[in-house]
Ligand binder design. Structure first.
Ligand code: KG4
Ligand code: ZN
Length: 329
């Protein structure tokens, strides 16, 4: 079933993102970043995020349509992230989507932000099922088994901090700025020092993740070793963080048969993680699905892709939608 032309709107955190998906083709994907607004605070300020979304949303919708070479009259459906996320930020996207859908008489698809991240890989290639999906963002760290289309089973999740949150906090500690993930990755360009090793969270137990021990360990090391430079610390931290993820991914792969290993979320833009995921898939003789970096971090295309999937199953959409900041996949 052709899902038609879908406008995807994403405003759950600090990117005002809008994309046009036509069938399986991303016709445009515009991301209006708020990084400059939040940088001096070292993290996202919710009230400022909501106001910035409000100021940017209409222009971003317009740019996405112009870039796609289409008009509002060409759309078949509107998709919008309605949770999880920051309440005020979500409300801007939801209200705009609602207005457009009502105005044009189009069906509206409220999309779970994490299901969006899960569909980023599907924008570029068919994903073989059953798939093990590692979703790693600023607010979430979880492994999900997709046994058949739309059937998700939580395999493991973080007991404390999200992986991206750990990158952001350590970047702040090392004065590397915001957002922390890319800053740590740039700083972590050193040789691995075998004598500087940070802990891998809950290494020997189960499929859940933990990053608070790693964070505390780096903090106390920095306090007690002011003479050690940023590069070796960032290098050792990044290795420990990615290892903490991969130990659980490999354990999950060893416990059940999967046809592919998929990653999504902002941390999936990390080169070391991408390499390690490719290697692990190779070892298990399965496919890896690693989205382009522009589809790892928040974007509207992944939201439209999740809605396209629901449309292909016959979901007619809804007329009205509310923000659901605590939404769970
Ligand atoms: O998915 P996302 O754009 O927004 C959320 O849904 O949270 O993920 C943002 C998170 C931030 O914590 C950011 O520091 C992290 O992803 N991130 C990275 C990299 N790029 C973004 N972490 C590690 N390495 C990167 N290259
Ligand atoms: Zn996200």
């Amino acid at each position: 079933v052709d899902a038609g032309v879908i406008l995807g709107i994403e405003t759950s955190c600090d990117e005002t993102a809008v994309a046009v998906l036509a069938g399986t083709e991303v016709r445009s994907s515009i991301i209006h970043s708020q990084v400059e607004i939040h940088a001096s605070f070292g993290g996202v300020v919710p009230e400022l995020a909501a106001r910035a979304h409000d100021q940017a949303i209409l222009e971003t919708v317009g740019r996405a349509l112009v870039d796609a070479g289409l008009g509002l009259e060409d759309l078949d459906a509107i998709a919008v992230t309605n949770g999880p996320g920051l309440p005020g930020a979500l409300m801007v996207g939801v209200a705009s989507a609602q207005g457009l859908a009502l105005g044009r008489g189009l069906p509206l698809y409220p999309v779970d932000h994490m299901e969006g991240h899960l569909f980023a890989a599907a924008l570029e290639a068919a994903v073989a099922l059953p798939a093990l999906v590692l979703l790693v963002s600023g607010g979430h760290t979880e492994m999900i088994a997709v046994e058949s289309p739309g059937r998700y089973r939580l395999v493991g999740r973080t007991k404390d901090d999200a992986a991206g949150e750990a990158f952001d906090k350590i970047a702040r500690l090392l004065d590397l700025g915001y957002p922390g993930g890319p800053a740590i990755e740039r700083a972590a360009a050193g040789e691995v020092d075998p004598d500087l090793v940070f802990p891998r969270g809950m290494r020997s137990e189960g499929l859940d993740f933990s990053f608070s021990g790693l964070k505390t360990s780096v903090m106390s090391f920095v306090r007690t070793h002011p003479e050690v430079g940023v590069t070796p610390i960032a290098t050792a931290f990044q290795l420990a963080a990615i290892d903490s993820l991969m130990i659980k991914v490999e354990r999950a792969l060893s416990m059940a048969p999967y046809a592919s290993l998929v990653i999504g979320g902002g941390v999936a833009a990390n080169e070391l993680l991408r390499d390690r995921v490719r290697e692990a898939a190779k070892v298990y003789g399965i496919a890896s699905a690693i989205p382009s970096k522009r589809y790892c971090t928040d974007n509207g295309a992944m939201i439209a892709a999740a809605a396209a999937f629901h449309r292909s199953l016959g979901d007619p959409g809804v007329v009205a939608v509310d923000a659901d900041p605590q939404r769970m996949l």
